[in-house]
Design a protein around this ligand. Structure first.
Ligand code: PAF
Length: 293
């Protein structure tokens, strides 16, 4: 396993792999602080591709002012040790200057999809995500890139980015990995103290309750959303930011659920920590399909 810090070295290694060795490349883009959710992506990349690259880069442009960019957990040594056990070929861990050279002035906006939910709560977030992924995809030119369903809106935006700008990369989305308690794995869980960690399980419990209501025949988006809200509000340490019930592929708001796949997404603060989670109902009808058509 080689750790690469320079953009130029990464470009030339990836070019060689593709052209001279005719091998497929799988990219797992991360911001480090790796957990089992990331590792499920790495395992799938290892299964599908000849060469696996994991990028580790805490991307400054996707954090709004006042967010947790400075204190975001960083431990490259620990991440490297973990990845050594997963037969990863390259870690790409650039400095900010390698990704955003002096005078950097080109940003990528995915319109519409990026304006709601997380985009509305975190202005500029998806512009930063789309921009850094565009740079990474150009440097590495992966055949496949891997993302977790926990960031549901991000997966839709990345698929749209790849389609609209004709990247030759297939996006693979894998299920959210959860603790036994139901808590979705996230690097930000590191911020949770014991009490907050217990309280954070309310998010999945509320979503699971909505799923149970749906399975019992509830088709009103408003009633499902109200149920999620009521459940989360029972937890004194939680402050709900939003609950949304939308078409899972377009993020169009729904009144009545029909035979489309439906995304129920929540964002809440547990103590000081902002967490997101979601479930997809009626998955086989929509975005459950892991790849872009
Ligand atoms: O999901 C993340 O960790 C980040 O948004 C990503 C995709 C690595 C881009 O910085």
């Amino acid at each position: 396993m080689e750790i690469i810090n320079r953009r130029q070295r990464m470009t030339s290694v990836a070019r060689k792999v593709r052209r001279e060795q005719d091998k497929t490349i799988g990219l797992v883009p991360t911001m480090g602080a790796l957990h089992e959710g990331h590792l499920s992506l790495v395992r799938e990349a290892r299964r599908m591709c000849d060469v696996v690259v994991v990028s580790i880069f805490v991307n400054p442009t996707q954090f709004a002012p006042g967010e947790d960019f400075e204190r975001y957990p960083r431990d490259l040594t620990k991440d490297t040790t973990i990845l050594a056990d997963y037969n990863v070929d390259y870690i790409f861990a650039p400095t900010p200057e390698e990704i955003y050279p002096k005078g950097f002035a080109t940003y990528v906006n995915v319109e519409g999809l990026a304006d709601q939910l997380e985009g509305a709560a975190r202005p500029g977030h998806f512009r930063g995500v789309a921009t850094v992924l565009t740079v990474l995809f150009h440097i590495i030119r992966p055949d496949f890139a891997y993302f977790g369903q926990k960031d549901a809106q991000q997966t839709l935006i990345v698929k749209r980015l790849v389609r609209d700008l004709a990247f030759d990369t297939e996006i693979v989305v894998l299920p959210t990995v959860r603790e036994d308690s139901g808590l979705a794995l996230s690097s930000r869980n590191a911020y949770l103290n014991g009490e907050d960690r217990r309280a954070a399980t309310i998010l999945y419990r509320a979503l699971a309750r909505a799923e149970a209501a749906y399975l019992s025949g509830e088709r009103s988006a408003r009633k499902l959303a109200e149920g999620v809200r009521a459940e989360i509000e029972r937890e004194p340490r939680a402050r709900l930011e939003y609950v949304s019930v939308t078409d899972a592929d377009t993020l169009e708001r729904l009144d009545k659920l029909d035979d489309r796949a439906v995304l129920i997404a929540v964002a809440a603060r547990i103590g000081q920590t902002r967490l997101i989670d979601n479930i997809v109902l009626n998955k086989q009808k929509g975005t459950g399909a892991l790849k872009m058509p």
